[in-house]
Structures are given as C-alpha cells and as structure tokens.
Design a protein. Structure first.
Length: 143
C-alpha cells in the first residue's frame, strides 16, 4: 500500500551515524541538500533562510535537534509566523540494523497537509527521494 499520509525516504551511507547526523542537524549545511530551502543562512538564532529551487521564494526553517536519538524535527514556512512542523529526520547507526559500524541509514519523513494537492504531494516525495542521493554524495565524498 502506498501511504497517503506520510512519505518516507531512506538511504544507506558509508559513514558513521554521528557524521551523517551533523549534516541533518545543521541548519546551514542542510542548505547544501534541501531543494526547498537551498543556500541557507542563519537569519536569527535558530532560524535559517534559504531559497526554493522550484519557485525562487524564501523558505524559513527551524530545527529541533535531539542528539541523543539522532533525530531532527523541521518546522518550515514562508514567514516566521507561518512556520509549522513539516519533516522529521532520523539517522540509524549501522549496527542497529545489522550493518557495519561505519555506516548508517538516513531517513526523512514528511506528512501530507490537508491543503496539499496531489501534484504537491507527488513533488515532495520525489524531491525527498532525490535529496537522499545528495546527502549520500555529500557525506561519502568528504571521507
């Protein structure tokens, strides 16, 4: 069954989980791979701004980082007062899923808003799947 409410993308990366978590939990570095908010800068403490590669608009992001569990919640919006929870990332250390200690699984989850059209929902899933390959490439080429 294709889940109509949540989209999940995951990829195995040949770096330790702590290394992968750094790119997922850094608001500026996230701008290297997040197409909806590319080329990030911190505009005030804890709030980052980037440009959507799709429509050129500014997108704001706030990260809620849980280092102990290697998870990040992302609040997103076009203005500070419209930022809402949109995405969740988790990095699983390789040994948790029977893999090498110098590997991990990076996952990104997004939940469909009631206001999403089918085209918006399809785009979100497709983009997140492509972003997995960007994350993998960024991490593995910096070894």
């Amino acid at each position: 069954m294709q889940d109509p409410h949540c989209h999940t993308s995951s990829i195995e990366v040949a770096v330790p989980a702590a290394t992968a978590f750094e790119i997922m939990s850094d608001g500026v570095r996230q701008g290297e791979w997040a197409w909806g908010s590319f080329n990030r800068k911190e505009v005030e403490p804890g709030i980052f701004s980037g440009t959507s590669v799709f429509d050129g608009g500014e997108t704001l992001v706030r990260l809620k980082v849980n280092r102990e569990n290697f998870t990040v919640d992302y609040e997103v919006g076009r203005t500070k007062d419209k930022m809402v929870f949109r995405n969740h990332a988790r990095v699983l250390p390789g040994p948790l899923v029977g893999r090498d200690a110098n590997s991990c699984i990076v996952s990104l989850m997004s939940w469909r808003l009631a206001s999403h059209t089918q085209q918006q929902w399809d785009q979100l899933g497709t983009v997140h799947e492509a972003e997995m390959f960007l994350i993998k490439g960024l991490l593995e080429r910096k070894k």
